[in-house]
Design a binder for this molecule. Structure first.
Ligand code: MSP
Length: 510
């Protein structure tokens, strides 16, 4: 084993249905997890759902059921969707898990014992939607911004975790670890937020107002603030066979939960407990739907991934989101863009290359891949023998740029398709004197298809398997190193060629 790798995603609120934004983040994490496995690392990959809090309690109330039943029902929807997308975590996190609740209470007790928690009365404004206290500073033009929803005035005694004593240490950490936050412009935003003194974080909610949470160990009349509960999942589920893995190598989150949640609360919680901070926080942008914001409160704006998975297969959606979003920036989803990628990149480019290669081997060589090495080669062959694509792919993934990794792979696909045009095997097949040349061409194409089955494993795991099955190769996953050119396929008998990405019209009439 080449070491281990630990990555996490945000855990989704179960108060409303999963949408493309949730799915994207999990696909992204699954892509990195698969990549690391293909580097032979022992991967711990956590994703799951955030079940407690006021919003879940309210949604359950509206349906007239217990929050636990509501959370369970919704959690299953998230889990099923992710499974249908081929997202394959080591463990599906649920914050109602008994051990998780125990760890949350242990952390609180430890902070309390160390004198890090204070009890005080607070009078002020509270956002029900965001489950947080507000200050006048948060007003824009004298009004509460819409994201806070209903804002009420309350007077309440609560437990607080003072963050200010850790601000300097956090700033120092960020200074010493310039690559902690990816992309770099997010780091600047965080430094901006850390320029001013930090308010004490309210970590409790009175049970009289919110019962759906984890009771505080030192006062059972209160439950834990949902973020203090949710963030702890990264630690409470971080064990493999009873052995703790810490810290995470990569934590993937959306841009809305960097400040203050993952950029301030989370590292300060870890600093206060004397635990190492995660190595990287990868902050992705938001998906919009045909230019409009995706909003949980407007069901028309939500993109439900399920119908796309059903109609086009999971890999079509995986490919689309990984290829279209420049990691860190926002991206737009529309049927038109989706279908363009599906028909072009998947159908006409990759699908067609596999299909025509295998059909020619079936037709001209009876399904047996000819010997393609040790012959006279032409300059045109050398591009297909180059391993540059493997290096480019790996470099792009290391730089957290899946879209560039896929771009490199699709340039290779384009090169291979062009090779068919340039070498014209259909013409070579008509001339017996060209039999050896045809062997070389078909062999190089088959080898390119095999290499592609390795290069697309992390992004398109189902397609990778389909290609391997059609080539009659043992199922993957295989090491990324196997994407290098070789001649292992000589004399190999292929399976039956089949269309991988059927044209959209045919699907509609099917
Ligand atoms: N429960 C908290 C996270 C706790 S992590 C300890 C939460 N949940 S969420 O359901 O609102 O969001 C889950 C993830 O989905 C977040 O990383 C969020 O940024 C991401 N997305 C939500 N909408 C999104 C888009 N429209 N586009 C991309 N990602 C988006 O926050």
């Amino acid at each position: 084993m080449a070491g281990s790798y630990f990555l996490t995603t945000a855990i989704d609120y179960v108060n409303s249905a999963p949408h493309l934004g949730h799915a994207y983040e999990k696909i992204l994490a699954d892509f990195f997890a698969r990549h690391e496995r293909n580097l032979e690392r022992d991967v711990l990959f956590l994703t799951g759902v955030d079940e407690h809090g006021q919003k879940v309690q309210q949604s359950a109330q509206r349906e007239g059921i217990e929050p636990a039943i509501f959370a369970e029902r919704m959690g299953v929807r998230f889990q099923r969707l992710y499974a249908s997308l081929g997202v394959d975590p080591s463990c599906f996190v649920r914050t109602t898990d008994a051990n998780h609740k125990k760890v949350v209470r242990e952390w609180l007790q430890r902070l309390h014992d160390r004198g890090e928690i204070i009890f005080k009365e607070h009078e002020g404004f509270y956002s029900v939607r965001q489950e947080q206290f507000l200050t006048e500073k948060e007003k824009v033009d004298g009004r509460w911004p819409e994201i806070f929803g209903e804002v009420i005035e309350t007077r309440e005694s609560n437990y607080y975790f003072p963050l200010e004593p850790y601000r300097e240490r956090l700033l120092e950490f960020i200074d010493k670890n310039p690559e902690w936050i990816v992309p770099a412009f997010r780091r600047k935003e965080l430094l901006g937020a850390l320029a001013e003194p930090l308010a004490d974080l309210c970590i409790s909610r009175p049970k009289s107002r919110l019962s759906w949470g984890i009771p505080l160990p030192f006062n059972e009349d209160y439950v834990t603030y949902v973020w203090f509960d949710a963030l702890v999942n990264y630690y409470s589920f971080a064990s493999v066979k009873g052995e703790l893995r810490w810290p995470p190598d990569l934590q993937i989150i959306g841009k809305d939960i960097l400040i203050p949640h993952h950029g301030i609360y989370w590292p300060i919680m870890l600093l206060a407990l004397g635990l190492p901070l995660p190595k990287h926080l990868l902050v992705h942008g938001f998906w919009t739907n045909s230019g409009a914001k995706i909003s949980k409160s407007d069901s028309k704006s939500l993109v439900d991934p399920a119908p796309y998975v059903e109609k086009f297969g999971p890999d079509a959606l995986r490919y689309f989101v990984l290829r279209e979003m420049v990691l860190g920036q926002d991206a737009d989803f529309s049927d038109e863009r989706f279908e363009t990628r599906y028909t072009g990149d998947l159908g006409k480019k990759l699908g067609n290359l596999v299909q025509r290669t295998l059909s020619m081997i079936a037709r001209y060589r009876d399904g047996k891949i000819p010997n393609y090495d040790g012959f006279h080669l032409l300059p045109v062959d050398s591009d297909l023998r180059s391993d540059a694509v493997v290096e480019e792919y790996r470099r792009a993934v290391e730089q957290f740029a899946p879209h560039l990794a896929l771009q490199a792979v699709w340039e290779f696909v384009a090169r291979a398709n062009q090779y068919v045009e340039e070498t014209a095997p259909f013409r070579l097949a008509k001339d017996p004197a060209q039999a050896k040349r045809l062997d070389v061409v078909l062999g190089h194409l088959a080898e390119s298809v095999r290499r592609l089955s390795v290069l697309v494993q992390a992004a398109l795991p189902f397609t990778a398997e389909k290609i391997r099955a059609q080539l009659n190769l043992a199922p993957g996953p295989v090491r990324i190193e196997e994407a290098r050119f070789g001649n292992s396929l000589r004399e190999h008998v292929i399976g039956k060629p089949e269309i991988i990405f059927p044209p959209i019209e045919e699907k509609a009439s099917a």
